[in-house]
Ligand binder design. Structure first.
Ligand SMILES: [Zn+2]
Length: 272
């Protein structure tokens, strides 16, 4: 049985596979993505069912980790969705790959470092920017969603003792909204505000205040937790696939924080 894999480029282990739709690959419009298939067949041919949406460039047989693969670039031409078929020399279909060609979608965000009378985050502004940069790469690579900074990062000082803003009820997190600078409040709905907060013993923790797209991230939490919370802020719900980005289960260090096809299509509906 042939299996499609996606050659890791900037993002190791990315594979849009989903049990409902089979393998899935996003390709940005006017760009190319390298895709590979592992197959025992010596001669394979790869073609797109809709050449005006995506075309397959020249194919190459390679050996990877002791396995034989075909590797081929998919070139996105126009927004849409198509199937790419891998066929044997006799014309039998060996594998299908769903390809969605997507326009770039821009979502803005801003970074706030929270401090109150008693507490402040240990994050520095460059540290927070680095983390958001890594999250931005993930969404750009997997969904062609660009996360663009709306304001320069700043410190948000609250003249109160907030205690533990991540653990308490939505009401207390909502109160923090009242302290946001007025230009922050002018941000339209669904753009993402990330608040780096303090914490707390042990656990990695992030919280999203829906539907305000307000993300709280505790000290000690990883880029993965931030990417998960940003996923909520972009409208994603939990799935039940362990180790995936939007898994409901707490995973400390997943090897491949991936989005699935329906999540990619939700954060970027072009090409669906
Ligand atoms: Zn969650």
């Amino acid at each position: 049985m042939a299996a499609v894999f996606f050659t890791p480029m900037a993002f190791h282990g990315f594979d849009g596979h989903d049990s409902k739709s089979g393998p899935y690959q996003m390709v940005p419009v006017k760009e190319a993505r390298l895709v590979g298939i592992r197959t025992p067949h010596q001669d394979c041919f790869v073609r797109s069912l809709h050449d005006q949406i995506v075309s397959v460039a020249c194919q190459e047989r390679i050996s990877l980790w002791g396995d034989e693969h075909y590797q081929f670039p998919l070139v996105g031409h126009s927004v849409g969705r198509t199937q790419v078929v891998v066929e044997s020399r006799r014309g039998h279909a060996l594998a299908h790959l769903t390809v969605s060609v997507k326009e770039r979608r821009v979502r803005t965000y801003s970074i706030l470092l929270l401090q109150d009378r008693q507490h402040s985050t240990v994050r520095s502004i460059p540290d927070a920017q680095r983390m958001m940069g890594a999250v931005g790469k993930l969404y750009l690579q997997q969904a062609n969603v660009q996360l663009a900074p709306k304001f320069a990062p700043r410190t948000l000082t609250v003249s109160d003792d907030l205690g533990i803003p991540l653990d308490v009820t939505k009401e207390r997190r909502d109160r923090i909204l009242h302290f946001l600078p007025t230009d922050e409040l002018l941000l339209i709905a669904n753009n993402v505000r990330v608040i780096f907060s303090w914490r707390l013993a042990g656990r990695q923790l992030g919280v999203t205040n829906e539907p305000t797209a307000l993300v709280f991230l505790a000290d000690g939490s990883s880029v993965y937790v931030l990417a998960h919370e940003v996923g909520h802020a972009l409208g994603l719900s939990h799935n039940d696939v362990p180790d995936s980005l939007m898994s409901a289960e707490e995973t400390e260090n997943p090897t491949s924080p991936q989005l699935f096809w329906h999540e990619i299509d939700k954060v970027n509906p072009s090409g669906t």
